[in-house]
Design a binder for this molecule. Structure first.
Ligand code: AMP
Length: 310
């Protein structure tokens, strides 16, 4: 695999966010939006999704300017997908108040011919039947990454099992890993999930970092400790975007590449939570990314081997 673009399929949305700091309506959101912005800091992105007539052209143009090819974003008659969430005062949990699928209800992803041979693919959190439809339309990629959620784990277990068989890397949170496997212990849960298909698994644990599992064992990347977190919406999607952006830029799937990619995922997740919606993520420069990677290196640097002293 050479240095390559990434293909991201998923939701592009308007979010209404009830945060402890206030309510923010009509914020640009959607999992594919966050992942694309994050991945675009590392290389070219191709996005496939659907928006309604109400979605601003300026936002798509902004994505294009960042190297996100939006020619696969269909504009359908009607309103864009809308999600409304309310966060707890400590931002540690949230509840979905409303989900209006709108144009997303009839979404059937159509992968443009020029996108079909993209080597790195991220299947965002959409109906597993649609994830399978995407896979049926593309040439065998080098790395298929997928996200899912509790709704599909309980609602579409058979289809999700089909997806798992075709996925190389599943990226889910700890609650989803437990639900998917029926096992509380995350190491055992990871083994169970990997037996069902993916040779690699990432279990995100929010502010407690993320665990990576592959055939070589487990690896941990912390979340970057921030003094102020404004909005966790999209952090997981930004993590996935940063991770695949790095892998596609390096152009190999070596164990150390995957491990380093975890840090890029964490870094992009940390930028995301610093602003309401994707506001902060949209401002991040290469210099910002470089300095956060330095800070990350310092965070885990021990200055030598960690061993029992003589
Ligand atoms: P995250 O915080 O990483 O879970 O991602 C939040 C984003 O996911 C928001 O911008 C929402 O627009 C989007 N979202 C919420 N619910 C769904 C859903 N059922 N399907 C697809 N995207 C969703």
């Amino acid at each position: 695999m050479k240095k390559s673009p990434v293909l991201i399929v998923g939701s592009v949305a308007f979010d209404d966010l009830e945060m402890p700091s206030g309510t923010f309506n009509d914020v640009i959101g959607g999992a594919a939006t966050y992942s694309s912005i994050a991945a675009s800091l590392l290389g070219p992105v191709r996005i496939v999704g659907v928006v309604g007539e109400d979605f601003p052209d300026a936002m798509l143009a902004d994505l294009d300017r960042r190297g996100v090819d939006t020619s696969g974003v269909e504009r359908a008659k009607g309103k864009s997908f809308r999600w409304r969430g309310r966060y707890s005062p400590d931002l540690a949990s949230r509840e979905t108040l409303d989900t209006q699928l709108n144009v997303f209800a009839d979404f059937r992803p159509k992968i443009p011919a020029s996108f079909k041979s993209t080597p790195v693919v991220l299947l965002g959190n959409i109906h597993p039947a649609l994830q399978l439809e995407v896979l049926a339309q593309i040439d065998k990629p080098r790395l298929v990454v997928a996200d899912t959620m509790n709704f599909w784990i309980t609602g579409e277990p058979k289809l999700l099992d089909e997806v798992l068989k075709k996925v190389d890397l599943l990226v889910i949170n700890d609650e989803e890993a437990r639900q998917l496997s029926g096992i509380h212990n995350l190491v055992k849960a990871a083994k169970d999930i990997m037996r069902r298909g993916p040779s690699r698994l990432i279990v995100k644990r929010g502010e407690h970092g993320a665990l990576y599992f592959d055939t070589h064992g487990a690896f941990f990347a912390p979340a970057y400790p921030l003094e102020e977190v404004l909005d966790p919406t999209g952090a997981g999607d930004s993590f996935a975007g940063g991770l695949i952006g790095y892998v596609a830029r390096v152009g190999d799937l070596e164990p150390h590449t995957m491990r380093r990619a975890m840090y890029f995922g964490s870094a992009l997740g940390s930028f995301c939570v610093e602003g309401i919606g994707p506001r902060r993520l949209l401002e991040v420069t290469h210099a910002d990314l470089e300095s956060r990677m330095k800070a990350f290196t310092a965070l885990v640097e021990t200055g030598g081997p960690v061993q029992i002293p003589e």
